[in-house]
Design a protein around this ligand. Structure first.
Ligand code: GLP
Length: 251
């Protein structure tokens, strides 16, 4: 059992001023940092940990709860407590695609096309994309995966008039931005994004493989061509347990 070694390496010390739960929390964290416990690995049960460290089960629970709250551990109903996957740390200052982001991290991107249709969009999107009254859009809904794990659900709206003849097959697997570049000669310009936190609804949660009510990030992107024409409005729902975004601020 992997935890028998840290127990010898880092024993609890009741004489220390730090509470026992906190000491155990640090021991588990250290075991993860040092690779003794790997992402996805199951933690020994509360009973085993309590026995190994000769402490109360409630103390163990307090330690693991703190790490669950920090996103270091995850509890899976009926299965136990596991080491969380490390979050993808993504800077928001370059206009990149999901495909590029995953490849640059050494992960294998994949896409599941959930729906493809041509519609008249809601007002907000009409305005953002500067459509003519009654103008139509392509509505593209995709699940984005990295190494076969769902990472985000994306709903993209693209003006129909800018991309005549786009079809379902074009989008079945690959990158939307590559398609727009290769088939429609589009050069990316800039984008405006907003980021907010939401609780995942049932449909979202099922697709992303998380529990309903779990936090997700909603990123809305309005993207412009090099010539300054808005060509894409996207709502992306990212798993908050797998993503951490960062920004550079200067003054
Ligand atoms: C990211 C952005 C989306 C964009 C997508 C394009 O996920 N959040 O707004 O549409 O990249 O990615 P790809 O070219 O891989 O389809």
């Amino acid at each position: 059992m992997v935890f028998s070694s840290p127990q010898k390496k880092y024993p609890l010390d009741p004489k220390l001023p730090a509470p026992l739960y906190y000491q155990l929390q640090k021991i588990i964290q250290k075991a993860i940092d040092e690779g003794l416990l790997q992402p996805g690995e199951k933690l020994p049960s509360e009973r085993e940990l309590a026995k190994t460290y000769n402490i109360n089960r409630l103390t163990v629970r307090q330690a693991t709860n703190a790490l669950v709250n920090k996103g270091v551990l995850v509890r899976k109903r009926g299965l136990g407590t596991f080491v969380a996957q490390a979050k993808l740390n993504q800077g928001l200052f370059h206009l990149t695609s999901f495909t590029e982001d995953m490849i640059s991290r050494g992960l294998k991107p994949a896409t599941l096309l959930l729906s493809f249709s041509i519609k008249t969009p809601e007002n907000q999107i009409q305005e953002e994309l500067k459509l003519r009254p009654g103008g139509k859009i392509y509505l593209i809904e995709r699940l984005r995966l990295a190494n076969n794990e769902p990472m985000a659900r994306e709903i993209s709206f693209l003006p129909f008039s800018l991309f005549p003849g786009m079809n379902k097959r074009d989008l079945e697997h690959g990158s939307l931005y590559s398609l727009l570049r290769d088939k429609f000669n589009l050069t990316l310009g800039r984008a405006k994004e907003t980021l907010e936190a939401l609780a995942a609804e049932k449909k979202e949660a099922d697709l992303l493989g998380i529990l309903p009510g779990t936090p997700v990030f909603l990123r809305e992107r309005l993207t412009y061509t090099e010539q300054g024409e808005p060509f894409e409005f996207v709502r992306s729902f990212y798993r908050a347990d797998r993503y951490k975004f960062f920004f550079y601020l200067e003054r």
